[in-house]
Design a binder for this molecule. Structure first.
Ligand code: ADP
Ligand code: MG
Length: 339
């Protein structure tokens, strides 16, 4: 008997799935990004037991054609790019075509979807990567995904999940960031039948910050807008007084995508230096529009890291815009009287 064998397809899929889907929050991220890419302007996410037993994401986007459904669950199937050249100008959040196949490989998945052009919708069930049924049903336009029992067939991964409270916390943080990154989309988040967050989606960033972070924080933010050759920057920064001991409130978005960047962190922190003690980090909710040819987002499967072809330009616009916004401002905190 040979010692070297080729893994069967189901094993290959489960291993690949692990790279994209680490925990329930990763499922929620992929499903919400797909909903945004499908043009939805209202997205409801519901979870039970930290998303481990139940995740439901409902959108009012384009829906998926019946004939496209089985294809959407194949690995490397995407409607968003056709060739490697398209990667340079990708404007959608997804493009790798790995999410649905990965989620389906490690969970029990139910999909209900309807496009505006079709009379009936479709319900599709796939478990552990195996198609169980596809049938026509009546349903509203848009798409609902229900993910049950993530990692039910990969116990080794399930063991690495944290408590339901911690997993729910990751999902909550994620939805807050997504809500701020897409102020034109109304987000609802329901945990164990209780509404935890509901943003208006009225495209007014200050209102969304109020929805997400509350009255106290939104009373202590300053507008920070700037522009350079290839970059438009807009959004809000916190008065130094509301700085924190970690970078959790230091969020920014490039072309609608939440990312992390050492260059941007450094520029923000340098601009705040005269106003904050060391190891205090400000609140930021900043949007950058950058020509997509000047960035490379194809760095990691979770697409959180970005490479800039114009690092100096981004550093300079962030540093100077924040410095100017803070200079000469009344930085005394606004005390909010709770009614
Ligand atoms: P990607 O987002 O990288 O294209 P996915 O595996 O996440 O890959 O999704 C595969 C395809 O399924 C998408 O390209 C899209 O055509 C379709 N799709 C997934 N979710 C939705 C949705 N909520 N509404 C409409 N189409 C969807
Ligand atoms: Mg996707």
């Amino acid at each position: 008997m040979a010692n070297i064998t080729i893994l069967d397809q189901s094993t290959i899929n489960k291993i690949a799935a692990g790279e994209v889907i680490e925990r329930p929050a990763a499922v929620v991220k992929e499903l919400i990004e797909n909903a945004i890419d499908a043009g939805a302007n209202a997205i409801t996410t519901e979870i039970k037991e930290g998303g481990i037993s139940f995740i439901r994401v409902t959108d009012n986007g384009s829906g998926i054609l019946k004939a496209d459904i089985p294809i959407a669950f194949l690995r490397h199937s995407t409607s968003k790019i056709k060739t490697v050249e398209d990667l340079l100008s990708v404007s959608s959040l997804g493009f790798r075509g790995e999410a649905l196949s990965s989620i389906a490989a490690v969970s029990q998945l139910e999909l209900v979807t309807k496009t505006p052009g079709e009379i009936n919708g479709v319900r599709y069930i796939i478990e552990g990567g195996e198609e169980k049924s596809i049938e026509e049903i009546g349903c509203p336009e848009g798409t609902t995904f229900i993910i049950r029992n993530i990692f039910y067939n990969t116990p080794a991964r399930r063991k690495f999940l944290k408590s339901t409270v911690t997993e729910a916390g990751y999902i909550s943080d994620l939805i807050e960031r997504l809500a701020v990154s897409h102020p034109n989309v109304s987000f609802k988040f329901i945990v164990n039948n209780q509404i935890k967050l509901h943003t208006s989606g009225n495209n007014n960033l200050k209102d969304i910050i109020y929805n997400v972070y509350g009255r106290e924080l939104s009373a202590n933010i300053i507008e920070a807008n700037g522009k350079s050759d290839h970059i438009v920057m807009s959004g809000f920064i916190g008065k130094p007084i509301i700085s924190r001991g970690n970078r959790n409130y230091m969020n920014y978005y490039i072309n609608g995508r939440y990312i992390k960047s050492g260059i941007i962190n450094k520029a923000i922190e340098e601009a705040y230096k005269p106003y904050t003690m060391t190891h205090r980090y400000p609140f930021t909710a900043l949007h950058f529009e950058i020509d997509s040819e000047l960035i490379d987002i194809n760095v990691h499967p979770t697409k959180m890291e970005i490479r800039f072809k114009n690092g100096e330009e981004i550093y300079s616009i962030v540093y100077h815009t924040i410095k100017d916004a803070l200079a000469g401002k009344e930085l005394i905190p606004e005390v909010v009287l709770v009614k």
